[in-house]
Structures are given as structure tokens and as C-alpha cells.
Design a protein around this ligand. Sequence first.
Ligand SMILES: [Zn+2]
Ligand SMILES: [Zn+2]
Length: 268
Amino acid sequence: MLAKIINRLYRGDGHSFRSFYSGTSFRMWKDLMSHYSDLKADTKRMDHFTSLCVVLYEFLKDISLPNTMRISYIDLMKTPYDRQSELLQNYYFLCQCDRCMDENQIKYVHGATCLNKQCDEPVSIPWKEDCILVRKPEKKTEENGELATDNQTVEKIDENSALVAVNGNDSKEDALHCKECGTKYTEKHVDVFVKTMEFTHVHLQNMERASVAYVDVCQYCLDRQEGVLHPLNVMHAQTLDHAFDALIQVQLWEKACLYAEKLIPCFR
Ligand SMILES: [Zn+2]
Ligand SMILES: [Zn+2]
């Protein structure tokens, strides 16, 4: 398989062969090649690259940088399930990085604010039926009793991921308490949380579908989320992100900066 790929890359120009992974989406062989030499030959991209370097240099000159800089292929402000689905669809692997799999991270994804103002712990409250936050690989046992490697389970994962619902797995009684400080979530507060999540979900979907963010809609959602959704709740982060985009569109730079600052913890 690898020899085939190398052979084809060696012979071809990379533009002439496409592989479709869905009805309309495809990858070309050149996607497998290093983009580096292309970039240098392309004056338009070099132009963008040079100006980006200047801007980054100006902003980052006083900050010590790690030896390796990495870029993210996907939007971090999504649930692990959404990120994994995107990576699976576009890059053909099931991501099992710490960020996706760590229960300590996952509890923030749809977390509610603890009613105890001194407590930072997110509270898990089921708000939607069958809400799946992460894909967990199915570890199948081989005949000799050893666990199959990830490679061997990839195809199986593709068709038939073992889906684990994190929200909703807890017994209801358990889920209505803060696990850290024990503060009880009253029925009324649960109701407010559920309605806020549903409301936010609808508006985020509408904005995504229309590919446009509205300042007033975002602000209204954020007002409702205040003190209800945990500050690291991914839907709160997405609302902030949309608000930021909307304010940039209307060139309200200073206001946009306020939202950008609130977004910083969501990237960690
Ligand atoms: Zn991951
Ligand atoms: Zn608490």
C-alpha cells in the first residue's frame, strides 16, 4: 500500500488523480506531498506568508516560543465527539488524544456553573436525550487474548464506533449535585440550564447554517448563559466566538477584544 502511494507520487504530478471520500468531497494526491516547495514558488501565498510572519513577529517578539509550533486542523471549540467525527471523516483516524478522552476535560464540555459561587467545578446536567460527547474505540479481544491494536480496529471504528454518552450516564440523583462541593441543583435551576442550552443550541445552529453571526443574538444568548453555563462550556465558548466574529464584521474592535479575552481560557 505504502509502496503504491510512493510510486504514484513519484510518477504523477499529484493533480491528476482524485479520490472521493464522499459524494462531492475528494483529496488529490498532491495533498499527501509536502506543501513547502509549492509555497515558495507561489508569489501570492508567499505574500500572505510574509505578512503573517511580520504580524506574528510584532505580536510575539517578547514572548518566548516553543521550539515546535503546531497548527490545529480543526476547531478546538467543539465537543470531542464533533472533533473526532471531523477528523475521522477528513483524516481517517479516530482521535484519542488526552484532550478528547480525558474525563476531567469532558466534564466541562456541556457543564453548568455550580450554584455555589465559590466553586469552579462544572456540574453535569443531562439536557438532551442521547447526548454523545465522545467516541470511544471499541477494544476487541483477539483470540489469543491480547487487545487488538488501534490499527486493527480502525475500520470497525469507522462503521461502528462504541459511542459513550457522558451526559446522562450518571444517575439523575447523582447528576444534580456538584461533585466537588455537594451543592444541590434545584429543579428550577435544572430547568433554567436545560432551556438555556436548548436556546443556545438553536441559535448556534441557525448562525452556522446562515454562516453569519449577529451581535444582538449572541449578546442575548450570552446574557442568558451568565451564571448558568460554566465559563468553559463549549456552547458558551462558541457563542463568544460568534460574538467576536460579528463585532469584527462591524469593526467594533474594542468590544471584540473584550470577547476575545473571555475566550482565551477556552483555548487551554
Ligand atoms: Zn483529540
Ligand atoms: Zn460546587
